[in-house]
Design a protein around this ligand. Structure first.
Ligand code: NAD
Length: 433
């Protein structure tokens, strides 16, 4: 039986539930109702309330964007371009792997599949606490690779200021318009449309519990990419892992917010104990310790298991967003593990690379959603649709007879008659049913 060296004081992901905290759901639905009724006025009211942000227009002009990009040090722009190259190359490879095809399923009967990009996307780039510019590459650039013609980017101000590097990343990623607006008010404006903000067909991007809940509440009225809420990390380690690396990597995610589960599952009790000691030591010196220590105290877990088989099956129950494998044979996890948003194999790889630079998409499922979906990718921005054409009269007559019988078993007389009509027509009697 697995046993805990450190237990969380609040259990989040082991419960694998998508139910939001009661208070978050209530706050979000009341903001949505207000924006549905009062449009731009309510958007402005909540932007003032939560972000102390009420500019003349939430949308940046092209001149403003150009000035912001120019104001940044050259190295920041070069780095954004380099990272976006990785993200574009991987997204393009995913796009190229998608197939459109046409199949002659029986003589004279053709069935096909096409991938059509969604027409308009709203991309949310989080930024309440940190300017998460990497999310611009992940959401906007990926939509552009998929061929989405109109992408609107939204990001909140940070401490009353426009996050310049985020705006540059959004612009370089190909955003067609950029709004400085965050939280539930941004998601609601995109989903409902207001007097000044056009409604979109699909919303993508990660965010805090309020943002994720707003997307959840709008699902159906618009498409959403996935439930990508507060980040999570889970490390599977054996006795070969370095405890300082384990502790560093657990905290690299815990600093995201006070609600970040960081879990270690290990076959080595000694590694578990040392990792806990190192977490405490690192926290004493980390500038973001105020946030990371709340996460670690509340949601941090260290679980000792008997062998790696038990480690993988326990990790699959958590279905964590990021799973890092620090074992002697990390590639084994590719075969053994089933539930994760993204897998990071071996000590030379780390979740921070995935978050910031390596090129895979960092918008990933949280709160157990990895049990049924992967992360954001070009495919989420495409509608895979089908078409069919019966070219041969003989084939249509045969399908017509089959359809007539199949429909009558279900008591669908109208369906049956559409089949009968063709069967009779192509067998010679144009007017009979
Ligand atoms: P954010 O942009 O998601 O949220 C900021 C907004 O929250 C603000 O604009 C404000 O309007 C709103 N807000 C704050 N307090 C509120 C309240 N009490 N009521 C209503 N609205 C409120 O930025 P953040 O807060 O820094 O969070 C970013 C989140 O994104 C983190 O939790 C991080 O873990 C997560 N993330 C997830 C993934 C993923 O793929 N799952 C990837 C990157 C980041």
């Amino acid at each position: 039986m697995p046993h805990h060296l450190k237990s969380p004081s609040k259990n989040t992901i082991t419960g694998t539930t998508l139910k939001p905290a009661e208070s978050v759901a209530v706050v979000v639905s009341s903001i949505i109702d207000d924006i549905r009724t009062s449009g731009d006025d309510a958007v402005r009211k909540y932007s003032e309330k939560f972000d102390k942000w009420s500019p003349k227009s939430f949308k940046l002009t092209n001149d403003e964007i150009a000035d912001i990009v120019k104001s940044l040090p050259e190295q920041i722009i070069k780095d954004i371009i380099e990272v976006q190259k990785n993200v574009r190359t991987f997204a393009q490879a995913q796009f190229d792997s998608l197939k459109e095809f046409e199949l002659e399923i029986q003589p004279g009967v053709f069935l096909g599949q096409k991938n059509i990009p969604i027409s308009s996307v709203g991309a949310y780039i989080p930024g309440g606490r940190y300017p998460l510019l990497a999310s611009a590459h992940m959401t906007i650039l990926t939509a552009k690779v998929a061929g989405v013609p109109h992408v609107m980017g939204f990001t909140p101000p940070i401490n009353g200021k426009i996050p310049a590097a985020t705006v540059a990343a959004m612009s370089l990623a190909g955003a067609d318009s950029i709004y400085i607006l965050g939280g539930v008010q941004a998601i609601s404006a995109m989903a409902l449309g207001t007097e000044t903000i056009p409604k979109v067909d699909f919303i993508a991007g990660p965010g805090n519990a309020f943002v994720a809940e707003a997307k959840r509440q709008f699902f159906g009225a618009v498409g959403i990419d996935l439930f990508a809420g507060p980040t999570e990390v889970l490390i599977v380690a054996d006795e070969s892992a370095d405890p300082f690396t384990v502790a560093t990597d657990l905290l690299s995610q815990a600093e995201h917010g006070p609600d970040t589960p960081a879990v270690l599952i290990t076959t080595s009790e000694e590694l578990g104990r040392k990792s806990i000691e190192f977490v405490d030591i690192i926290l004493e010196r980390m500038p973001t310790a105020e946030i990371a220590s709340v996460s670690w105290k509340t949601f941090g877990e260290v679980v000792v298991v008997k062998d790696l088989g038990e480690a993988y099956s326990t990790a699959d129950i958590y279905a964590s967003e990021h799973v890092q494998i620090l074992t002697q044979n990390p590639r084994e996890a590719l075969e053994k593990m089933k539930n994760y948003g993204a897998l990071f194999l071996g000590e030379k790889t780390c979740v921070s690379y995935g978050d910031k630079v390596i090129g895979t998409n960092h918008v990933l499922p949280t709160r157990g959603a990895a049990r049924y979906t992967g992360g954001l990718w070009v495919g989420k921005y495409l509608r895979t649709v089908t078409y069919q054409e019966v070219r041969s009269p003989q084939a249509s007559a045969e399908l017509g007879r089959l359809c007539g019988r199949a429909a009558r078993v279900e008591n669908f007389e109208g369906h049956a008659r559409s089949g009968d009509l063709r069967a009779n027509r192509y067998l010679g009697d144009r007017h009979a049913w």
